[in-house]
Design a protein around this ligand. Structure first.
Ligand SMILES: Nc1ncnc2c1ncn2[C@@H]1O[C@H](COP(=O)(O)OP(=O)(O)OP(=O)(O)O)[C@@H](O)[C@H]1O
Ligand SMILES: [Mg+2]
Length: 163
């Protein structure tokens, strides 16, 4: 089954963490996920859930200042980027960003808009929209692999959780 989009209600932080963890479990070992949405939407929270879903027990710092936080869980490499402070995507080339994208690697990228032209194309993009209370996550698949991830994810949520 293929699924190209999925919208999930996230009434509170716990559900953002849970979505991140579910995404992690279904992502395999070589996946790129773009995380979009306003300041404070919940992109880092979702990333924290993702890392915890893979078994990470330590802290998950926002990479706002460092641009990237690396993780290694077993043999799995994970890079969590936050490109908010990048104003010219070319800066990414100067920092050697291509060296991070050697498969197999899991990449979570906040503010991918700031890196246009220098990033791999995503398997899944997740746009988090702020609601009056809680959030809405709009997930879109951009590859066959992404569609498979969304199909599995969809089967784990009830119709009440979806929109
Ligand atoms: N579903 C949710 N409902 C309500 N609050 C949430 C939800 N998910 C996350 N939050 C809260 O939103 C706040 C901001 O989250 P977070 O730091 O993850 O945002 P961000 O999108 O990474 O922001 P930035 O663009 O600044 O990096 C946190 O206090 C977090 O607890
Ligand atoms: Mg963040």
């Amino acid at each position: 089954m293929i699924k190209n989009s999925l919208t999930i209600n996230l009434p509170a932080e716990a559900q953002t963490l849970e979505l991140g963890a579910k995404l992690a479990v279904h992502s395999g070992s070589n996946t790129t996920i773009f995380l979009l949405g306003n300041l404070g939407a919940g992109k880092t929270t979702l990333s924290r859930g993702f890392l915890q879903g893979l078994g990470h027990t330590g802290k998950v710092k926002s990479p706002t200042y460092t641009l990237v936080e690396p993780y290694e869980i077993g043999d799995q490499k994970i890079f969590h980027f936050d490109l908010y402070r990048i104003h010219d995507p070319q800066e990414l080339e100067f920092m050697g960003i291509q060296d991070y994208f050697v498969p197999p690697v899991l990449c979570l990228i906040e503010w991918p808009e700031h890196g246009a032209g220098f990033l791999p194309s995503p398997d899944v993009s997740c746009y988090i929209e702020t609601q009056s209370t809680g959030r809405l996550a709009r997930l879109t698949a951009h590859t066959v692999q992404g569609a498979a991830i969304l199909a599995t994810l969809s089967s784990e949520y009830s119709d009440d959780d979806k929109k």
